[in-house]
Design a protein around this ligand. Sequence first.
Ligand SMILES: [Zn+2]
Length: 99
Amino acid sequence: MLKEEPETVFKRLFWQENVQHFDPAPARSQCTCSREKVGGMLKMLGREEVDSVIEERGSVEVHCEFCNQRYDFDPVDVAQLFVAKELSQGVSRASDQRH
Ligand SMILES: [Zn+2]
């Protein structure tokens, strides 16, 4: 009954392993980018840098290379980004003064 040559068995096992490798739909790694993260990146760039882009193009467009998602920040969005930053700094300074 079991007259298969070792080589045949090996090939069959190998083939099965390949099937296991290729059969499941490839899990697409989802990009973890978000508007919040892009906003944080713009904050890192600094207001002057972002403002100069706003002046030049009217808005800041960030294009994610991984998932092709586009994030547009108009002057209002940018202003909110940096206002929020200044507010949080102001709060921390105020609490420092209390001590
Ligand atoms: Zn992305």
